[in-house]
Write a protein that binds this ligand. Sequence first.
Ligand SMILES: [Zn+2]
Length: 144
Amino acid sequence: MRLEASSAASSLRLMRVFLNTYKGELHMCSRTIKKNRLKSAQQQRFRCYYCGHPMWHQNNHENFARKYRVSLKQVRWFQCTAEHIQARCDGGNNQSSNIVAACRLCNERRHRRPDPLDPEAYRALVTKRISRGKWLPNALVDQF
Ligand SMILES: [Zn+2]
């Protein structure tokens, strides 16, 4: 009985160590991604890697909405997000060389595709659609 209790306590301790390590890694990852997202956004002059439209960063959405005359509902599409060039599930890391800044619209549409394209192919597709006026939602085409 005593042995079982001690073994349970030891398992619990191990679990705590594991959880704390895991939380620490998650925290580090999100900090690294945020840092590299900002770095990429600055290098791209806060323009989306795919569509080239301006993006807002952090809590700057109200200023952005005023400047580009978009509604507070529409403004979420232009939030700056971190896009992994090589997906994490394919072994891509969070280093700055693997991260570009993309607007939420492009990012979500890329990942919603049933056949995810590689970044260059996707960028070419977005560029083609923009030239035909078929990328941004209709209400926004004249804004940019
Ligand atoms: Zn975009």
